[in-house]
Write a protein that binds this ligand. Structure first.
Ligand code: CMP
Length: 143
């Protein structure tokens, strides 16, 4: 079953959007297999965003993601990686369609509420960065 890493960023946590965001993915039919409210160290932030290391906004990115608690999650389901990205909306919230998370709640690219893995490889890497194997659950096939 495909898995993805999603994270409510400090702006989303502070604005009380965790419940709404979790509810959207549950309603869609995805299963939550791991979740935790946590603070991100500078070291973890730099690893998570290493592909953006050379970008001019890299230090702002690290500063922002370490500025307050985040809600890290692993979700599973058919095509969850691409579908979650659609549900999040485009990176820049000003261009994100209404009905998407960023389209409904965001205004600024640097504070775009949620992160989601963009490929199978990123999902595997990001899940391993944020979660131990034993922190993820398995669902009964009987229900
Ligand atoms: P995310 O999907 O978490 O991954 C990279 C992040 O970089 C992206 O969300 C944005 O929040 C951020 N980002 C992209 N472009 C800019 C920019 N021009 N200025 C600041 N942050 C940016």
């Amino acid at each position: 079953m495909e898995k993805t890493f999603l994270m409510v960023k400090p702006d989303g946590v502070q604005r009380g959007l965790i419940g709404d965001i979790v509810s959207r993915f549950e309603s869609k039919g995805f299963q939550l297999v791991g979740a935790k409210l946590m603070s991100i160290s500078e070291e973890l932030a730099e690893k998570h965003y290493e592909e953006h290391k050379e970008r001019p906004f890299f230090s702002d990115l690290v500063q922002f993601i370490t500025s307050g608690p985040v809600f890290a999650m692993v979700w599973q389901g058919e095509h969850v990686i691409a579908t979650a990205r659609q549900m999040m909306g485009t990176t820049n919230p000003q261009e994100a369609a209404p009905g998407t998370i960023r389209g409904d709640y965001g205004l600024i690219v640097g504070k775009n509420i949620i992160h989601g893995s963009d490929s199978v490889q990123s999902a595997e890497r990001e899940i391993k960065l944020f979660f131990q194997e034993e922190e993820l659950v398995e669902y009964s096939k009987l229900i």
